[in-house]
Design a protein around this ligand. Structure first.
Ligand code: DX5
Ligand code: ZN
Length: 227
């Protein structure tokens, strides 16, 4: 049986995709002071997803701005080509997609050879079971709760059952793998994801927005996640 959510500590991973890049360092430092556990960096190549975002220079700059672990979410084809570059720039963890990767195991081993944490990401249309065999090698599973490529999208409630399924696979095997969710996470959806089994919450627009400070946004999100 799954461990009750209340016994799991919930980690918050603000996604800088929604941040104001004019003052990115300040925004990240504010998130750190407000209790962020890691910083989530979305890397898009315009092919794997229909959008472009950022690359290694941003990781290099952020490495000087915060002590928090930097988690790179690679929404790109051929992630193996860029792992060393991101690791050298200061990335601490890599989230790599199952989709479009003909040898996920090789990618996972590549990340581990650099002594970095590794997670496998699955899109909303991908079943949890594709990760069954590789689960023991992972530090984390990233369940996409929107289709990847853009911030500010609505949480897909159909993914809740999959979050629960991933948690179940982990508990059955007595693994310590984390379950991260990404997309549409806010104070309304965070408790649903946590109750389903998530213990790491990525949040972009719910943390970096124009209606409240990063500090207040983080407080609201943490309170909701633990409710
Ligand atoms: C979407 C990205 C997310 C994005 C989430 O493809 O992977 O990390 O920043 O943004 P929100 O929290 O606004 O849905
Ligand atoms: Zn992401």
């Amino acid at each position: 049986m799954n461990a009750p959510p209340a016994t799991r500590s919930i980690k918050l991973a603000p996604s800088i995709l929604a941040a104001d890049f004019v003052c990115l360092g300040e925004q990240v430092r504010e998130a750190e002071q407000a209790g962020a556990d890691r910083i989530h960096i979305d890397v898009m190549d315009g092919h794997f997803v229909p959008n472009l975002s950022m690359g290694t220079p941003v990781v290099q700059s952020l490495r000087r701005a915060t002590r928090l672990p930097l988690e790179v979410h690679l929404m790109i084809f051929n992630p193996d080509l860029f792992i060393d570059e991101f690791a050298d720039a200061g990335a601490d963890a890599f989230m790599v997609h199952w989709e479009g990767n003909t040898d996920l195991s090789r990618t996972v081993r590549h990340v581990k050879s650099r002594n970095k944490r590794v997670g496998a990401a699955i899109n909303p249309a991908t079943p949890a079971l594709v990760l069954e065999e590789i689960l023991p090698e992972l530090d984390q599973v990233l369940v996409m709760t929107v289709n990847p490529g853009f911030g500010h999208q609505h949480f897909l409630h159909a993914t809740l059952a999959k979050i629960a399924r991933v948690r179940e696979l982990i508990e059955q095997r007595r693994l310590t793998c984390h379950v991260e969710v990404d997309g549409g996470i806010d104070p309304a959806t965070a408790p649903l994801a946590v109750r389903a089994g998530a213990d790491v919450l990525v949040a972009g627009s719910a943390v970096f927005n124009e209606t409240e400070s990063v500090t207040v946004a983080m407080q609201r999100l943490r309170q909701a996640a633990q409710s």
